[in-house]
Write a protein that binds this ligand. Structure first.
Ligand code: F6P
Length: 374
């Protein structure tokens, strides 16, 4: 570990918060940070429900002993919320800038640093507190969506992806027994990492992600092609952010009418895309079609061993940055290394699946339809 300051500038107390959607591994990171800094005599305060706890001065102390058994516990012991310091909800349904209150809590408690564990929104809020309020922050990238900019991987992703793959494995056997098309709805917000990872790991036949707009015709044709090869069931994984291509010149006239009816239905309803997709594919292919939505299952339960390892390393590196006063950084994984990346280079950006990503190439190589070509 880099040299820790032994002088008056030594870090004495820090705050930690977890913000945004929860995910497996948050507690493992909290554990690693607390253990690593407690060793150096640093006092730790955990703010409750994300930035809300900081604004409302609600916290609990966190000691080494409090972290026993936390490595495998899902969720977050500090609880979480999606509230941002500059947009805190008010009782009348509006929002109010409470940045001042958040900074006041930090100053009153004499903290040396605030560690924020969260996804893209959290990185942005942490950067806001640092640039507007002048406080010291260190962050780590959390999300099953795996879309935080600047890091090769986020903690929580491996668990979400593994749960998705295991669920799809189970859907495979029932789809096969009934000769059905099974559409599997997965989370992922506006990126396709989760769908792509779960889909490739479970051998899905079609994987639709936001980065590659899909054609209903192409998807239908790929299912029919499988039928022609004697494969009487198919698995279609759909990321929540996936969208259909705008122009579909090749779509048959009859299909076009049906598809536009379905599109209008989608626009005027809160139905997930998978319902629209299922109706279209059933009518276009004549195959019986069912939908399974994985939803919040992908965020629940214990972290995988790979995530536990990642979380321990992310937490240990975050603690190192705190103790050596390398503030204003997010811990990122780059190759085999855990490195600081300036928050100003991360805040407000998102990491989409690059169109030349090796996993997309591998998926195409094994004849997985990505919705743009058969
Ligand atoms: O960011 C994680 C995530 O689970 C996304 O995949 C999903 O879009 C979103 O959170 C759901 O948010 P909420 O928990 O607010 O319903």
């Amino acid at each position: 570990m880099a040299e820790i300051s032994k002088n008056a500038n030594r870090v004495k107390s820090i705050g930690i918060l977890t913000s945004g959607g929860d995910c497996p591994g948050l507690n493992a990171v909290i554990r690693a940070i607390v253990r690593a800094v407690a060793h150096e005599g640093v006092e730790v305060f955990g703010f409750l429900e994300g930035f809300t706890g900081l604004v409302e001065n609600r916290f609990q102390t966190l000691s080494d002993a409090d972290c026993s058994g936390l490595l495998t516990v899902g969720g977050t012991i500090l609880r979480t919320s999606r509230n941002k310091p500059n947009k805190m909800p008010t009782p009348d349904g509006g929002v109010r800038d409470m940045t001042g209150a958040a900074i006041e809590t930090y100053r009153r408690m004499n903290l040396d640093c605030l560690v924020c564990l969260g996804g893209g929104g959290t990185q942005k809020s942490a950067f806001h507190l640092m640039s507007e309020g002048g406080i010291n922050v260190v962050t780590a990238p959390k999300t099953i969506d795996n879309d935080v900019f600047g890091t090769d991987i986020c903690f929580g992703y491996d668990t979400g992806m593994t749960i998705g793959a295991e669920a799809i494995d189970r859907l495979h056997t029932t789809a096969s027994s009934h000769h059905r098309v099974m559409i599997v709805d997965v989370m992922g917000h506006n990126t396709g990492w989760l769908a792509l990872g779960s889909g490739v790991a479970s051998g899905a036949d079609v994987i639709l992600i936001p980065e590659i707009p899909y054609s209903l015709n192409v998807v239908a044709e790929s299912l029919l092609e499988r039928m022609r090869h004697g494969k009487r069931f198919s698995i279609v994984v759909v990321a929540e952010g996936a969208t259909e291509t705008v122009a579909e010149p090749s779509r048959k006239r009859a299909d076009r009418a049906k598809a536009s009816e379905l599109k209008n239905k989608e626009a005027s309803s809160s139905q997930p895309k998978s319902i629209i997709l299922a109706e279209y594919l059933q009518s276009a292919t004549g195959l019986e079609t069912r939908i399974s939505s994985l939803g919040y299952l992908q965020r629940g339960g214990i972290p995988t061993p790979a995530d536990r390892i990642l979380c321990t390393a992310f937490g240990a590196k975050a603690a190192e940055l705190v103790l050596t006063r390398k503030f204003g950084n997010m811990v990122a994984k780059r190759g085999e290394d855990f490195v600081p990346v300036p928050l100003k280079d991360v805040a407000g950006k998102r990491r989409a699946v690059p169109l030349d990503h090796p996993l997309l190439q591998a998926a195409r190589a094994v004849n997985t339809c990505l919705g743009d070509r058969t």
